[in-house]
Design a protein around this ligand. Sequence first.
Ligand code: GDP
Length: 481
Amino acid sequence: ETITIQELANRMAERAVDVIRLLMKQGEMYKITDVVDADTAQLVAEEMGHTVKRVAESDVEEGLFSEADAAETLRQRPPVVTIMGHVDHGKTSLLDAIRKTNVVAGEAGGITQHIGAYQVTSPSGGKISFIDTPGHAAFTAMRARGAKVTDIVVLVVAADDGVMPQTIEAISHAKAAGVPLIVAINKIDKPSADPQRVRTELLQHDIQVESMGGETLEFEVSALTRQGLDELLEGLALQAEILDLKANADRAAEGTVVEAKLDRGRGPVATVLVQRGTLRTGDIVVAGSEWGRVRALVSDIGEQVKEAGPSVPVEVLGFNGTPEAGDRVAVVENEARAREVTEYRARQKRERLSARTGGATRSLAEMMRDLKEGVGRKEMPLVVKGDVQGSVEAIQGALEKIGNDEVAARIIHAGVGGITESDVTLAEASNAVVLGFNVRAHKEARESAERVGVEVRYYNIIYDLVDDIKAVMSGMLPPQL
Ligand code: GDP
C-alpha cells in the first residue's frame, strides 16, 4: 500500500514541499509525484504532529455507520412498516386507504405525493411510517444490500382467496429477515369472505394468530369500506411498543434510500428513510457511490422541511448523481470524505462487476468451503422450488433428515412453481442456493441469478438432489451440472 507525496500532504493539509523537506532530512530525495509506503507515510505524519489513523482501503467505510449509541441518548421512534402479500389481495388499496385516513382535506400542502414512503398518525396519536412500494421483491432487494429498514411486516391475505403462493413467499421473506408479522385479513366486506379459513391455512405455515391461541396479531379489514383500519394501526403501534424501537435523534443522520429518480426539473431526487440522527439541509451525504450537499428536504405531503429525524421519510435534493434504492445513507464531515467514500465504492463496484463476468458465483462449492472453514454447527441455506406440493414436501423432509452434528440444511423457502426473481433475491440476501425440481427459472430470474451470482441447480430425481446436498455436507461435491 502506497501513497503519493502530494496525496499525503493533502490529507494532512500540509504543503507537499514541507513533506519533501522532512524526508530529505532523513536522507532521501523525493518528487511530489513519488510514492512512499504506508510505514513511511505514518512516520512523516507523526513527525509533523498529526495523529495517524491507518486506513486500509477496506476501512474507508469504517466509522460511516458508527457504533451503537449510548443508552441514555435513545428515544422512542416510530415503526417502519412494509405491506406484503399475494397479488390482488389488496396491498396497494390498503396503502392508499391508510394514507387517506390522515390527509385532512384543505390542509396546507395536503396534496399527497408518492415518494416511496409516508408517515401517518394512529388514532391514539403515535406515528407510523409505511414503505409504499408493496411486495417482497423490494423488501428483500433492500435486505440483500444490507439495509434493514422494515420493523414490522403487514401480511395481507384476501379473505375470499386465502393463503396463496406469494403469501407463503412473503412469510418466508419476513422470517428470513427476522421481522415480525401482523396479519391483515382483507376484503372482509365481500360476501364470500371466509376469514376463518385464512386463519387455519396460516397455521399450516407456522403462523398462529391470536384468536387461534397464538402470538401473531390479526385484524379483519377492508381497504374498500375502511373497516378495521384504525384497529390495524393501533395493532401496529402496539407491536412497535413491544419491539421497543429506539434511536438517537441527536447525531449525524444515517438512513436508507427507498426510492430514487432523476427529475427533469429538480435533478437527482432520493427518498431517504432516516434511521438514526437528524438529517438537515446543508448536510453532506453519501449514498452508495453518489454524494451531495442537501439542498432541500421535501416531506411526503410535499412541504419543504428543514430537518428529518428517525423513521421519517423525506425527499433529498442535492445529490450529484442518482443513488439506488437500498443504498445506505450517511452524513459525512466534509466533501473530501464524501469523495473518498464514493470513489472507493465506485471502484469496488467496477471490480465486483468484472469479477462477476469472470463467472464468480456463490456456488455450492463455495458454500462447502465456507462450511469447512466455519466452526460449530453450520447451516446451509436453501431455496427449494418444485412442480407439485407432494414433491416439495418430500424434498423438504429428506433434506431435514440428512444433517449431522456439524451441518444442517436450512430451508428458507419452499414452494410450488417456477423459480422467480423473488426466489433469487431471497437467496441472494440469505446466501442460499436455489434448487429447482422439475421446474425452470423464469427468464428474469435466470438473468438476475447470473447478475447477482446466485447458483440455481435443476433436478428431476429427488434422490439426485438429496445426494448432491449430502455430498456438499460431507465435503465431496460432484462437478457442477
Ligand atoms: P395488490 O395487487 O395486492 O396491490 O392488490 P390491489 O390493491 O391492486 O387490489 C386488487 C383488487 O382488489 C382491486 O380491484 C381492488 O379494488 C380490490 N380490493 C382491494 N381491497 C379490497 C377490499 O377490501 N374489498 C374489496 N371488495 N375489494 C378490494
